[in-house]
Structures are given as C-alpha cells and as structure tokens.
Design a protein around this ligand. Sequence first.
Ligand code: SAM
Ligand code: SF4
Length: 336
Amino acid sequence: MINNNNKILTDSYGRFHSYLRISLIEKCNLRCNYCMPINGVPLKPKKDLMTSEEIFEISKIFVKYGVDKIRLTGGEPLVRKDFEEIIKKISTLKTKISLTTNAVLVDRHISYLKKIKNLSINISLDTLNSEKFKKITFRDHFTKTYQNLIMLVDNNFKVKLNVVLMKGINDDEILDFIQLSIKLGIQIRFIEFMPFDGNSWKKDKLVSQNEILSVVKAHYANHFIEESTDTKNFIARDFKIRKLNASFGIISTVTNPFCDTCNRIRLTADGKLKNCLFSNNEVDLLKSFRSGKLIEPIISGIIDKKMSVRAGMDTFEKFKNPEIHSKNRSMITIGG
Ligand code: SAM
Ligand code: SF4
C-alpha cells in the first residue's frame, strides 16, 4: 500500500521498491567470463567506496521508507575484509537479509554466517565439471565451491543455486543441475545470459526459457506445470516436475522480462543508486550523504525516472544492440 511514508520508493508506474540490493565490493576472486570483462575493470580507490558505517546508515534510511529485504552482493561480498561487520549491522535492521556469493570463501565465514538469523544464501555455480569451471571462471576453485555448497546445506541454510546458462558451454548440464537440486533439497534457478559492458554477449550464446523448458519436457515427458510462487514481485518463473515432486526456476530477463512487478533497486559499492539493472542513469547517493544532504529527494527522483521495461530496452531488438546495452556498467560493478 502506498502512503506518504513509502511514496519515496514508488515510481511513476506505481511500483513500490521494497527490495534493496547492495554491492559491497567491485573485486572478485573469480573472473566469470559472462560477468567480468576480460581485462578486468578499473578499481576505484577505497575512499570512493561506502564504508560499513555508511552502508548501514544509508540502508537504515531505505528501511525507514519501506524496504523490507536487503541482499548483499558484489563483486564477491566475502572478499571484503569487513564483511562480517557489515552483515552484523544490517542484520539489526527490520528486513529480510540475503547474500549472493560464489561460495569460494564460505568455509572461512561459516561460523559467523550461522549467527545471522534467517539468512538466505544464493550460490552461483554454473557447472559441475571442474575443467569447465576453470574455463568459465579462470580460476581452479570448483572443489572448494562445491564443498562449501554442501557445507551450507549441511548447516541448514536456505540455499538457492544460480546457474547462468550459455550455449555450447553448460547447456548440456540442465538435467544434472535439476538432479543435484533434488539430491540436496535446494532450489535451482537457471538465468538467461544477459548483456553488459565488456561481457561479449551474443544472442547465439543465449539459452532461452523456451529452450530450457524443451530440454526438461523432453526428458520428463510433460510431467511439469508452470507455477509462479510469488505473483506479486516474482523474478523467477517456477516450474514443477510433478512426478519427482521437484521444481526449478527460470530468470528469463532477456526473452520474458518481469518488469511489471519489479520491486528492486540497486546501490553500487561506490554509492550510486540505480533504478534498474540495465539503466545507466545513476545518482551519487554517497556523495550527497557525505556532504550531509538529505538523500530522500535524490532517491525519490531516480525512482521516479524508472522506465517501464529494462531501462527503455523494451524490445529484443533494442536489448541486443551493443550500442545501447554496453553503455551500462559491467555486471561485476553492479552486483546482479
Ligand atoms: N560474486 C557473487 C556471485 O557470483 O554470486 C555475487 C555477484 S554476481 C555479479 C551476482 C549474480 O549475477 C550471480 O548469480 C551471477 O551468476 C549473475 N550474473 C553475472 N553476470 C551475469 C550475466 N551476464 N547474465 C546473467 N547473470 C549474470
Ligand atoms: Fe565474481 Fe560473481 Fe562476477 Fe563470477 S559472477 S566474476 S563470482 S562477481
């Protein structure tokens, strides 16, 4: 419901933004080829990034106006030295809290993560083959990642597995991932490969929602139905495989976007607020916050400018045009 208090987070299409995704860092211990440009990204000096205190204070303002879910992401959030201090502070706010991580450093933080009540964790893992893992991430951390995934499951965390599918690379693993999710009792979400600056996106590399469904249908012979669990602000379409009492999700931002129900806003590690994953229209919240200005009008202004679909890329033709999509940041500096 829109009242004066949460008007600030409501855009001109009436979408109320209750979900804040905060990127803690631009650095990463992996270099996934769909996320990190081949030559890396110029890293900003530490003084230009939000401190843990600033992250907390800015988050408090968002929570005051109605944010009820905060996701910590990156780069790789667990690489940040003060990660535990940040999550501890955020966990004192009245919001749901979640983390997106590549899991490489989970074992180092597991005792601390266990202290955070109701923490849900999304793990990104795109292959179950260690050689392929090296090719995708340019690092040899498959075993560690897999062991850490199991560690989280064994410790009863709410875990979701994110898999970015790319043609000719890991699209032959769709059924293996579904089997794994059944075996471990975790949710799995296949993500359509999206275009960002420097990630060499091509339509031919995309594995679309329809293609994913036809692989599953061919194998499970129509034993599944579409069933969206949260029609209010859903970002993944959920599909049930009735025979196995199993399900999987698809994030089909490219071929079937979810913009109508979008409730997400993004704060980058350098304190810029983005009203859409695909928008290059950003405001410098951190600069204003540091100079002691009220940040509410700035938040309200950028949310009001949010466009109805994918920052104006409302057709596939526009979306696949590198002239348009490469004006946005690289994913590594947005946070997903
Ligand atoms: N390092 C953490 C991780 O990998 O989970 C958090 C940051 S990462 C940018 C957040 C999510 O974005 C991951 O699930 C990753 O797979 C996804 N991602 C990155 N680049 C993408 C792309 N081009 N298309 C679709 N998803 C992408
Ligand atoms: Fe790092 Fe995550 Fe991007 Fe991979 S997807 S390079 S793990 S930030």
